[in-house]
Design a protein around this ligand. Sequence first.
Ligand code: 4HQ
Length: 251
Amino acid sequence: MLKFDVLTIFPQMFSGPLDESILKRAQEEELIEIELSNIRDFATDKHSQVDDYSYGGGAGMVMKPGPIFRAVESVNSKEAEVILMSPQGRVLEQDLVCELAQQQHLVLICGRYEGVDERIREELIDREISIGDYVLTGGELPAMVLIDAVSRMIPGVLGKEESAVEDSFYQGILDYPHYTRPREYQGLGVPEVLLSGDHQRIAEWRRRAALKNTLLNRPELLAEAELSAEDEEILAELKQEFLKSVEDGVE
Ligand code: 4HQ
């Protein structure tokens, strides 16, 4: 069981995305637990203030240390990893997702405004994670993205039909194309091999298609991917085919 504690001033944002489909079932089956705490509940003044002006001036509002320190203390757990969602963090990729899925307790802090008081970072945060190089209005959507990606790596969360072993990035390459019924749609067919029932040939076609997809769309992934000697051969062939098609002026 992996517990997520989420600290946010907008806990209502989380109902919806986490309460449908796979994550709903994962919570019902107690494979994961998601507890939302409102940082505002840990404010002590009569206006329940959670932000204040930036020292130095002119830089917008900053989240005050007090409410967040007390919110973290309230979920206190010695083994918990305390994570701040922030564009300054390590970018979330599948290897980090798998590492987080090994943990027992993750505390996710969602900042708003210009960010959090630096003393929160110095004293409370074990790691900072970004979901990508763009600026959002708060850490709530990043926390939901992290919870979704991490939860689906926990054994039992995905059924065998949707197993994580098969999907994109599992071996560091992109997915192969998928087809379903009808067999012909608006004159467009399905590759014959997929209808053949020959599982060996189907597996070979899919591997080749996944490698081609990666070579054409995200070639930089291939340097880090887990590739077999056979994969390397297929890639060499695909590059040859590509060079030939350029010479012939096809692409
Ligand atoms: N923000 N990945 C600013 C992000 C972000 C991201 C979160 C915006 C925190 C204060 N977080 N706040 N990208 O853009 O994680």
